[in-house]
Design a protein around this ligand. Sequence first.
Ligand code: REX
Length: 405
Amino acid sequence: MRFTIASTMLAGTAVITTLAASPAVAATPSLPAPDIRGILAVQKQAMADGAPGALTRIDSGTTSYRISMGQADTAARTAMDANRRFRVGSVTKSFTTVVLMQLVAEGRIDLDAPANTYLPQPLPDDRITVRHLLSHRSGLWDYTNDMFYYTVPGFEAVRNKVFSCQELIDLSTAHEPTNEPGAAYSYSNTNFVVLGEMIEHLTGVPMATQYQERIFKPLGLRNTSYVHPDTAISGSAARGYLTPDDTALPLVDSTEQTVSWAQSAGAVISNAADLNRFFSALISGKLVPEAQLRQMMAMVPVNADGTQFYGLGLRARKLSCGVTVYGHTGTVQGFYTYAFTTADGKRSMTSMANTSNNGTVNTVLGGTLEAAFCGATEAKAAFAKSSEGETFTEDIAPQVARHNR
Ligand code: REX
C-alpha cells in the first residue's frame, strides 16, 4: 500500500510529496538520491525566466517525488501540481515508434524497406527507408520551419486547422531535401507524419486507436490521450502559454488547439506519472520485443560534444555523472517537456514548464535531468554552467531558432 512519508512546503510555492510502498525496498541503489533542492532551483529559475509554472515527477524504484511551482492557469490563479495533464509535443514520437516497432515485430513492416512500399502516395525519393524516417535521416524538409517562422501568427493560422497527413507531407516535399537519404541526421516532424500515414494506411486503423490499444490500455495510462482534431485537454490540466517573438508582449494562452500540424509527430496529451510509466515500461521490454528495443536504442551522437544521441524515435542524454538516460523532449505551443528514464527503467523523470518559444526556459528545465539522476553535487555544477552560458533549443532549425530568445 502507498502512504505519504513526507510532505514539505519549500520556497513558498513548491510542494514535495514523497510516496513509498515500503521504505525497506531500495530505490535504484547505484544512483545517488535525487536532488530535490536542485529541482526546486531549476523550477524557480524557469519561472524567473518567464514560465508561469513548472512540474517534475521522479519515480525511483518504489518512491515517487512530485515537485511543482507557480501557476497552472494564470487567469484563474490556479496552482500548478505535478499530476496535471499537458501537451507532450515530440514525446509523441516515442509512442508512434512503439506502434511502428510492434508492426515490425509482427512482420508487417521491414525497417530497411523503402518507405514507399507502405505509403498510399509515394515520397519523391524511393531510397528513403522506414529506418531513415525513424532516425531523422530521410532528408525530408521540416515544414514547421516555415509554418512557425513567425511564432504567434504562425500558431494562430493553424490552431484550429485540420490537415491530412498528405497535406503536411506536400508542404515538406515542396522544398529541396536537406540531405541524401541516410546521409545525415536532420530532425524533421515530416518523418513522423509520414510514419503515422504509413501505420494508418497499412493497418486501416486510426492512430488514436493504435495508441489506445497497443499502449494506453495495456499500460493503464488513464491520463494519456490522442484526441486529434479535438482541441480541449480534458481533466485536470495545465494551461499552456506561448511566448511571442516580441518578448515585451504578454504570453498567449495556447492551450486549445487541434495540433493537426503535428499529429503522430506531436499531438499526444499525458501527465508526468504516465510518461514515467511509459518510458520505464518501454525500456524494460514491456512494449516491444528485445530485438526491436535494441534497434530503438542504437544511438548515434547528434551534438558536437557527444552528450546527446538519437536512436529510433528515442533520444539519449549522457549526463555529467556518466549516467545515460533514454526518452524524448517535446515542444508544443505553451509547453516544454523532458521525459527520460535510466537504462534499467528504475528511475524515470518528467519535467514540464508551461511556456514555449523561450529557449532559456527550455535549457534551464533540462537541468532537472542532472538533479534527478546525478544527485546534489553534479546537478549544482551543471545548473550553474547552464545558467551562465548560451541557450539552445534542441533540434529547432536555424530559421526557427532565430525567433527563439
Ligand atoms: C514547433 C514550433 C516546434 C513551436 C516543434 N515541435 O517542431 C515538435 C517537437 C513537435 O516537440 N520538437 C522538439 C514554437 C524540438 C523536440 O523534439 O524536443 N516555436 C514554440 C516557434 C518558433 O514558433 N518560431 O516554441 O512553441
